[in-house]
Design a protein around this ligand. Structure first.
Ligand code: HEM
Length: 495
């Protein structure tokens, strides 16, 4: 290509060798936002020797993710990512035959419309389980740490969707799985100097190498156990004369193992691939969904008028005699708007991060191959140029303007956009309204303060601080006493 200009976008002054590491705080999207105020909506910086560009407007997001999609079609990887995803995951594979194969398989068998509906009942059971647990707590007047309970739910849902009810052999391991998953998403979001600066490669100044190996060891052990158990089960079934499964529907893990055993499969799938994919789906799907649920609940607790309106809608549409669930989602437009407004203000993945795979001209700048691209989705979604009173939590804005969050409107991109858009989007957008509807239909929420004191929703404003990592969870645990709205609550929970 012939480039009119051979230069990167404006940049702060770099320190020799390290580049701009010193400008980035732990919440990288905040640091990049502050830098954008100074250096403009498209600026560049360097991590060691790696050039990076940051886009902070909807127009630029479109330019990178749509107009020049194929130049930025891969996700940016790191030492931590390639080790922990076995160098073979869906999210971090280069855009090519393997990615296409796994993406199609995942949509057909796990995350597309048909499988999502097939698993509807299974998810409803998990919501029911959480709500019954909350009902018990409510009877006892005890507080619940939702920051712990919500990832249990989303992790169970994903584990069950991947491994079916036979995932129950996981029961004793779910806690460890969730702990490792959180550590994985944290380390994926951190910047490891050794990835960028040649003389740090061997030094491991921040202790990343040790952390990575520790996480790898624990997760790999878990995955090996899960797969070995399933293989054993399949072998026993075959001995009995079956074809390797019982009369249940095939789950995703069975499908993957079938392909790995099939000599004529379109693509050779190995055990490494299977582990990589399970790792991918667990880490991409557990925290993101839980975090959004928690943010939405926290915002409703802070905005009693929003909560009131959402409840009115539920009471009108669903009534008081049955539990609200996913199938009510389409009839709850205000609840849908709450979910969108939550994803706008609190995108669980604040930076859509890609790698330039082919040098490219953006406006008057030249972006060289291997540049890291950060679309600051978090900053774009709270920019007053794109949104009126952007810091206000006001779901009505999504009803007044027909904006959606599915990658078509570049002022709000919680799931990214284009071919690398989040494949779990439809699942998340179906789960969130149904689950939240159940949570507020059944309970009032009394926030428990830092010292265990009860506070009235309304006069307590929950802190909206964030914790660092690839995902942006709330910094403080959400601890509440659920207060049942109906007595006995079991009436609607048992149906
Ligand atoms: C509220 C929930 C979620 C949010 C906000 C979210 C957000 C994102 C974002 C921003 C990306 C990058 C998109 C891009 O580069 O354009 C992504 C990718 C991905 N997400 Fe999600 N996600 C969520 C839930 C899920 C779930 C439930 C799953 C699976 C069970 C999932 C699996 C993935 C995978 C596999 C990728 C990589 C796709 C690829 O590289 O082709 N996500 N997600």
């Amino acid at each position: 290509a012939i480039f009119q200009h051979n230069q990167l976008p404006p940049s702060p002054i770099a320190i020799p060798v390290i580049g701009h590491f010193h400008l980035l705080g732990p919440l990288i999207h905040h640091s990049l936002y502050k830098l954008s105020l100074r250096y403009g909506p498209l600026f560049s910086f360097r991590l060691g020797s790696v050039p990076c560009v940051v886009a902070s407007t909807p127009e630029l997001a479109r330019e990178f993710l749509k107009t020049n999609e194929l130049c930025f079609i891969s996700h940016a990887s790191s030492t931590a990512i390639s080790r922990l995803t076995y160098g073979s995951s869906l999210a971090f594979s280069p855009y090519g035959a393997y990615w296409r194969f796994v993406k199609k398989l995942t949509m057909n068998e796990l995350l597309g419309g048909r499988p999502i509906n097939n698993f509807l009942q299974l998810r409803a059971q998990e919501y029911g389980r959480l709500l019954r647990f909350l009902a018990k707590k409510s009877e006892l007047g005890e507080a619940v740490n939702l920051t712990h309970e919500l990832p249990k739910l989303s992790n169970n849902v994903i584990a069950l969707m991947i491994m079916g009810t036979r995932g129950s052999t996981m029961d004793g391991r779910m806690e460890e799985t969730r702990t490792v998953i959180r550590e994985v998403t944290e380390i994926f979001g951190e910047l490891n100097m050794s990835d960028f600066i040649w003389f740090c490669k061997k030094l491991d100044l921040q202790g990343f190498g040790k952390r990575i190996e520790n996480i790898y060891e624990r997760f790999d052990t878990l995955l090996e156990k899960i797969i070995a158990e399933r293989e054993e089960l399949r072998k026993n079934m075959r001995k009995k004369g079956g074809d390797g499964r019982d009369d249940e529907v095939k789950d995703f893990l069975d499908i993957l193992l079938d392909i790995s055993e099939d000599e004529n499969a379109e693509m050779k799938v190995t055990r490494i691939h299977i582990k990589a994919l399970v790792m991918d789906l667990f880490t991409a799907g557990t925290d993101t969904t839980a975090i959004s649920t928690e943010w939405a609940l926290a915002e409703m607790i802070n905005h009693p008028e929003v909560l009131g309106k959402a409840r009115e809608e539920i009471d009108r549409v669903v009534g008081k005699n049955r539990l609200a669930g996913e199938s009510d989602g389409p009839d709850l437009p205000y609840m849908q708007a709450i979910v969108k407004e939550t994803l706008r203000l609190h995108p669980p993945v604040p930076l859509v991060t890609r790698r330039c795979v082919k040098a490219c001209q953006i406006g008057k700048y030249r972006i060289p191959e291997s540049t890291m691209l950060f679309i600051n989705a978090w900053a774009i979604a709270r920019d007053p140029n794109n949104w009126a009173n952007p810091l206000e939590f006001r779901p009505e804005r999504f009803i007044e303007a027909n904006t959606d969050v599915r990658g078509q409107h570049f002022q709000v991109l919680p799931f990214g956009s284009g071919r690398r858009i989040c494949p779990g989007m439809n699942l998340a957008m179906q789960m969130l309204p149904g689950l939240l509807a159940g949570l507020i239909q059944c309970f009032d929420w009394k926030v428990v303060g830092p010292l265990g004191e009860k506070m009235d929703a309304g006069d307590s404003v929950l802190s909206m601080d964030e914790r660092p990592g690839m995902t942006a969870p709330r910094a403080h645990d959400l601890v509440c006493v659920p207060v049942a709205r109906f007595t006995p609550l079991t009436n609607i929970l048992d149906v």
